[in-house]
Design a protein around this ligand. Structure first.
Ligand code: SF4
Ligand code: SF4
Length: 110
């Protein structure tokens, strides 16, 4: 097995392990979250804290972080990030929904 195949295999195993662990912690069971080609992830930016957990679990490079201005003009924060879903590469696997600590991601119809 090549190094690349080995990395891919380990990544798949790790994703499966994370999915299992997160499913156990999540209030809604994973089975209740829509999955598949007919749905796509969507970020409610007001709930997003830019923690990048969704990027870590997304195997399809379908999430980007971007700089967003803070709504509160009294605060000055240098780095304020938000997540954005790239609709085309998103496979509807819902891993990001399970990973998000603030429930900022939902699955919506395509
Ligand atoms: S649903 Fe899956 S493919 Fe789509 S953004 Fe979330 S983790 Fe990535
Ligand atoms: S995991 Fe949730 S809070 Fe964190 S960056 Fe992604 S959408 Fe935002």
């Amino acid at each position: 097995m090549s190094q690349l195949d080995d990395v891919k295999k380990r990544r798949q195993l790790e994703a499966a392990r994370i999915k299992q662990r997160l499913s156990e912690m999540y209030e809604i069971s994973a089975e209740e979250i829509p999955e598949g080609e007919e749905v796509v992830a969507f970020v409610n930016v007001d709930q997003c804290i830019g923690c990048d957990q969704c990027l870590i679990v997304c195997d399809d490079d379908a999430i980007e972080l971007y700089d967003a201005p803070l709504k509160n003009s009294l605060l000055h924060v240098e780095v304020n990030k938000k997540a954005k879903i790239l609709r085309d590469p998103c496979t509807g696997c819902r891993l990001c929904v399970l990973a998000c600590p603030t429930d900022a991601i939902i699955m919506i119809d395509r």
